[in-house]
Design a protein around this ligand. Sequence first.
Ligand SMILES: NC(=O)c1ccc[n+]([C@@H]2O[C@H](COP(=O)([O-])OP(=O)(O)OC[C@H]3O[C@@H](n4cnc5c(N)ncnc54)[C@H](O)[C@@H]3O)[C@@H](O)[C@H]2O)c1
Ligand SMILES: [Zn+2]
Ligand SMILES: [Zn+2]
Length: 394
Amino acid sequence: MKAVTWQGKRDVQVDTVPDPTIEQPTDAIVRITSSGICGSDLHLYEVLGAYIDPGDVLGHEPMGIVEEVGSEVTHIAKGDRVVIPFNISCGHCFMCDHGLQSQCETTQVHEHGTGAALFGYTKLYGQVPGGQAEFLRVPQAQYGPIKVPEGPPDDRFVYLSDVLPTAWQAVEYANVPDGGSVAVFGLGPIGEMCCRIAQHRGAGKVIGVDLVPERLERARGHGVEVIDVEREDDLAGALREITGGRGPDSVIDAVGMEAHGAPVGKLAQTLAGYLPDPVAQKLIEKAGIDRLSVLHAAIEVVRRGGTVSLSGVYGGAVDPMPMLQLFDKQINLRMGQANVKRWIDDILPLLGGDDDPLGVDSFATHRLPLEDAPRAYEIFQKKQDGAFKVLLQP
Ligand SMILES: NC(=O)c1ccc[n+]([C@@H]2O[C@H](COP(=O)([O-])OP(=O)(O)OC[C@H]3O[C@@H](n4cnc5c(N)ncnc54)[C@H](O)[C@@H]3O)[C@@H](O)[C@H]2O)c1
Ligand SMILES: [Zn+2]
Ligand SMILES: [Zn+2]
């Protein structure tokens, strides 16, 4: 089959690799019809090469049609239309029972002391072949796959794999009071969906912060008040001014480790990208390699007693944190990979009708054949050609 493979820093390729087969009675094989490219894939493309091998298949936002199921998979059958969550979780351990599917005890990666395995996401998360491919082997398929109805195009459902539950969790964790204010840093797919979900769930004021003009414009078009960080010298002051002088009740960081405007972290990341793998791994594990400008700004601007919710991914082991400010301002801090299955029952009803309250039908800017993956990664990373969300369609 054809699959998108990682080859090196800023180098992905479409290769022919062996077709996946059923290996466990809990496996399923899915023929992929759409597969998103995520901001998390960009971290692999740019920074996290030390943990991934050339030839590894990328992708963790797939949907498609079930081709085959193992003997223990009973809730789906050949021919069903399914979305595959990016976490691989079992559905029956302590963590899954507590709605913490991204910490699943059956699939945790003990070798690295990390949480649940993920599709297409480095040795830290199990080195499981991903879903930017013609076919995908789905482990723990007795639980993971989400059956969706025939009819609407893939766009309606594909974001159940990651964008929707990630944004839903970010908003839930942000604990925005009814009618309260939330600032969302980063207006990529995750941040923009956070804005839409916060509006839908009754936030009074949603403020979006980014530096890409088209992304600011898109969010403004959805009733978000926007601030361009490149044009605002006093971001904290501007945010306080539009929130009655106190700062927003909640702040969501939907940028993560590659924030613009953080020279120290950028230097460490550039180094990590060019060092031999074992040396780079040491740097990442022993040093702070994240660009922390956004996280620190979030802590700076949130009102006293407010909540900072991180959905942007961070990876440094000893990143410096402003403990005085966190403690003094009595800030609540929540974060983590999305527990995808936990939020599906809340989200699915919003995808059923034609009213499309979250705007998923027109969310993607590009639907490209799998062969175009190298260009798709490039335009998404460089924010060229209006690329905002790209779906690869094998
Ligand atoms: N927690 C999870 O389960 C989960 C799931 C999916 C994605 N993520 C993470 O969420 C983050 C966003 O993902 P995405 O797909 O939206 O990616 P993206 O790269 O398209 O979005 C990031 C946005 O942040 C903006 N940005 C960069 N520096 C900034 C700054 N200093 N101030 C304000 N904005 C800035 C960029 O212009 C871009 O629009 C990534 O870190 C990704 O890894 C987490
Ligand atoms: Zn993703
Ligand atoms: Zn589990």
